[in-house]
Design a protein around this ligand. Sequence first.
Ligand SMILES: *Cc1c(COP(=O)(O)O)cnc(C)c1O
Length: 221
Amino acid sequence: MSIIENIQTIEKQISNKGVTLVAVSKTKPVAMLMEAYQAGFKRFGENYVQELTGKYNEMPKDIEWHFIGHLQSNKVKYIAPFVSLIHSVDSFKLLQEINKQAAKNNRIINCLLQIYIAEEDTKSGMTEEECLQILNPDTLKNLTHINIVGLMGMTTLTEDETQIRKEFRKLKTFHDSIVSTYPFLTTLSMGMSGDYEIAIEEGSTMIRVGSKIFGHRVYPT
Ligand SMILES: *Cc1c(COP(=O)(O)O)cnc(C)c1O
């Protein structure tokens, strides 16, 4: 199956479900992204700042770039001029830096708050309490250059479907409990290659799919 066929298969599965596909292209060469781009697909997710800025510089400017990996505050400045959505805001300090860099670029940057849902401590994210503190209007009122548009979660790395479903459901339940107070939280980013079908059943509105589109990744040593 080609990259384009893989995208089309997933797009077909999610059509009419109100779910958006982000093609996760980390570690993959520009030529592979261009295959998707030339077929009309323009929404890519990257994890590494340097790789993302390199691809941004090389590729057409109408691409929607999503940052999905752990983001260090001192690197926000490199992506602030162009990033469309940062999925992985895991602290108030990071959010303040995004706001500052967005202001410098005369932009408003869309952000998701990453909530810790996994039962292992390798995945980053904030607790529900930290999230609620950030969403407090008093906290947010000075951050005029960010737009919080939803929540993101990553599950435990396991084959256990019951466990994965439980973790997605935890995030959805939390979202349900706060969305009437914060109706701007329209996006729920959850689900990757191995579990996006479960994620959609549990209420995901945005899936981040890499290896099912581009094939397995080989990380540089
Ligand atoms: C790599 C990555 C993905 C995509 O993973 P696949 O299993 O290849 O689909 C999704 N989300 C995040 C945060 C990632 O780092």
